[in-house]
Design a protein around this ligand. Structure first.
Ligand SMILES: O=C(O)CCC(=O)C(=O)O
Length: 264
């Protein structure tokens, strides 16, 4: 696959419509992944410096730090210095800034966004450290963005696995077909963020799919796809980045400026 052949195949288009996701295995080489892992280490170090200077706060007992447009989530274990998520991460390393324009991401996104010109909506780096990486409760991304965006159906995500992922280190999970219901009701009476987690009565757990995949693989999923993951109970890291695209001409979710992607 190269150049325009990164566009969607018919079976991927069908999977997107029916399942709300599809995967492409080992799209990035081992050497490329090594380079991106080193970049992830630099982002971690930069984010740790931001944590020292930023504004700390807690939501539902979990710790966050805002530093300018960057939000850093800390791991849930009380007092842990480990990072959970950094959003956005692409401004913190030039390798990641270039990755946003990589045709292996941008070309399929032109089909999934439904626009030849696409821009970045948001980008998150998830660390999932060994033994303590916390799980993600079942949720859709669309409710997080509903207050900030009118083109919710045009915010496809792609996850790039930086480490091999399987059920033992808390791989990504999705509920097949859940995107077809659009915005689902959230949980009630469970804290500030409860409404952003999907009400379990609306989740068909029989339809869940564990996205085990080797490092370098891509997993595309709809903003309405219910997804989550188990904690990392293994001695292996499970880093992954999630990049979300949108039609060109709109601001980045966190940067208040447009960041067009893959422009000639
Ligand atoms: O990678 C994971 O384990 C879950 C990530 C996730 O749910 C998210 O980034 O919205």
């Amino acid at each position: 696959m190269s150049g325009s052949s990164w566009r969607l195949t018919e079976s991927e288009q069908r999977a997107w419509r029916e399942d709300g996701f599809f995967a492409r295995m080992r799209v990035f080489s081992d050497a490329e992944i090594e380079t991106l892992r080193a970049a992830a280490d630099r982002v971690r170090d930069a984010a740790l410096r931001l944590v020292e200077d930023g504004e700390p706060y807690a939501v539902d007992g979990n710790r966050y730090v805002d530093a300018g447009p960057v939000t850093v989530q800390l791991e849930h274990r009380p007092g842990s210095p480990s990072l959970r998520v950094v959003e956005p991460f692409h401004p913190l390393d030039s390798n990641f800034d270039r990755l946003i324009d990589d045709p292996r991401l941008v070309e399929p996104m032109r089909d999934l966004v439904g626009s030849e010109r696409v821009a970045l909506w948001t980008d998150k780096l998830n660390f999932k450290p060994p033994f303590e990486g916390s799980g993600f409760q079942w949720h859709q991304d669309s409710p997080y963005w509903a207050h900030a965006c009118r083109h919710l159906d045009q915010l496809p995500n792609v996850m790039l696995a930086l480490d091999d992922a399987d059920t033992t280190n808390g791989c990504f999970r999705v509920v097949r077909g859940s995107h077809r219901h659009g915005l689902l009701p959230g949980r009630q009476g469970e804290g500030v963020l409860g409404p952003l987690f999907t009400d379990p009565r609306h989740i068909d757990l029989e339809a869940q799919f564990a996205a085990a995949m080797p490092a370098g693989s891509l997993f595309f999923f709809s903003p309405h796809t219910v997804h989550g993951s188990e904690p990392n109970r293994s001695d292996r890291r499970r880093r992954a980045l999630v990049i979300t695209y949108q039609p060109a001409g709109h601001d980045h979710f966190k940067l208040a400026a447009p960041r067009e992607a893959g422009a000639a």
